[in-house]
Design a protein around this ligand. Structure first.
Ligand code: SF4
Length: 63
C-alpha cells in the first residue's frame, strides 16, 4: 500500500508524471501530489510515473 509520495529536489517540470497519472500528480512550478488523491487506487500509474520521471525524483513510501 502506498503511504506517501515524496517529490525530491531536482524536478525539471517536464510534466510526464501528470500525463501518466493526472488524478494524483499536478505540475505547477514543479511536480506536486494533489491533496486527497487516492494513492492506492492509482498505484500502478504512480509507479509508472516514478519509473518514467527523467530525473528520478518521485519517491514512493510503501507499508
Ligand atoms: S516527471 Fe519528474 S521531473 Fe517531470 S514533472 Fe514529474 S516529478 Fe518533475
Amino acid at each position: 500500500m502506498i503511504k506517501k509520495i515524496i517529490i525530491k529536489p531536482g524536478c525539471i517540470s517536464c510534466g510526464t508524471c501528470e500525463v501518466i497519472c493526472p488524478n494524483v500528480f499536478e505540475v505547477k512550478q514543479i511536480g506536486t501530489v494533489k491533496k486527497n488523491a487516492s494513492l492506492e487506487l492509482h498505484k500502478e500509474e504512480i509507479k509508472e510515473a516514478a519509473q518514467t520521471c527523467p530525473v528520478g525524483c518521485i519517491e514512493i513510501e510503501e507499508e
